[in-house]
Every structure is written in structure tokens, then in C-alpha cells.
Design a protein around this ligand. Structure first.
Ligand code: ZN
Ligand code: ZN
Length: 157
């Protein structure tokens, strides 16, 4: 569209925010990659590729699992999303824009985001990294038992 055309004010999508934050406007996104990212940005339960396929199918009925994997690989290598590795289980994916680590419940398997208390949290200062190291991304996971599982266990005891 010509630049003079007035555009209705648009709420920036998660993808637009993410691209702006990363300064990665040169990341080329096909419509499928965009759909997959949008679905992930709207999910807070760290879905697997299968979960994402089910959710994307509502919008793009023709999408295949192979395409979803392909999109996820591209988005992960572009730094737009994080792959969350779960032991003995399928990789899950996360599009949370904010600095966070993953809390894995060893009982129910749920993965939740845990944000730092200190908003100015800087992983390069918190962790004793080699002098001069530059952090491009942090991939920390913390394991334990979630509050729901802990409550169930307490009720049984
Ligand atoms: Zn996450
Ligand atoms: Zn749990």
C-alpha cells in the first residue's frame, strides 16, 4: 500500500513487539511462520509441535506437522522463540518475550515461566560467566514440584 494511505491504529502483535525488541525486522517470515508464532505467543502452556499443529489448523487447515516443525526450527534459530527441552519427552516451545527461566514440575510435567523479582535482572551479572563473555540468550531450567502437585501429595499423606 502507498505510504500516504492512512492506516487504522493497530495494536502491535506479539510478533511485532518481539521483532522490534530484537531489532530483527530482517527476519523473513512466511505466512505459516507468522501463524505458528502467533499461536505460540497466545499460548502460555509451552505446547509441543503437535499441540501447535492442532491450534494452527483452525486458521490454516492445510498446514502439516512437517511444516510446523520447519517453522519452529526457523523461529528457534532466529531467536524469536525458545525450545524447551523436557527429559524423555517432546520438545516444547515458548514465545515469552520477557527474561525468564523454566520451572519444570517433575510430578505432572508442566513447564511454567518464572520471571526474576529484580526487573533489571541481568544474567551476565547474576551468573559468574567467563570474563568478557557476551550473553545472547539464557536457557536455564529449574526442576521441582509445582504447588498443585505439592498440595495433592500433602492431601494424600
Ligand atoms: Zn517460557
Ligand atoms: Zn505439577
Amino acid at each position: 500500500m502507498p505510504p500516504s494511505t492512512p492506516r487504522p491504529p493497530q495494536k502491535p502483535s506479539g510478533l511485532d513487539c518481539r521483532l522490534a525488541v530484537l531489532g530483527a525486522n530482517d527476519v523473513r517470515l512466511t505466512p505459516h511462520r507468522r501463524e505458528v508464532f502467533q499461536v505460540l505467543a497466545e499460548s502460555n502452556d509451552h505446547p509441543t509441535a503437535y499441540d501447535i499443529l492442532h491450534r494452527v489448523k483452525d486458521r490454516s487447515p492445510s498446514i502439516s506437522l512437517a511444516t510446523v516443525y520447519n517453522c519452529l526450527d526457523h523461529l528457534t534459530s532466529s531467536g524469536l522463540i525458545k525450545a524447551v527441552h523436557v527429559e524423555r519427552s517432546q520438545t516444547r516451545y515458548c514465545a515469552n518475550l520477557h527474561e525468564h527461566v523454566h520451572f519444570h514440575c517433575d510430578t505432572c510435567g508442566k513447564v511454567r515461566d518464572a520471571h526474576p523479582h529484580e526487573m533489571a535482572f541481568d544474567p551476565a551479572q547474576f551468573w559468574q560467566l567467563p570474563a568478557g563473555a557476551r550473553v545472547s540468550r539464557a536457557d536455564v531450567s529449574i526442576h521441582g514440584v509445582c504447588p498443585e502437585c505439592a498440595a495433592k501429595h500433602a492431601a494424600k499423606a
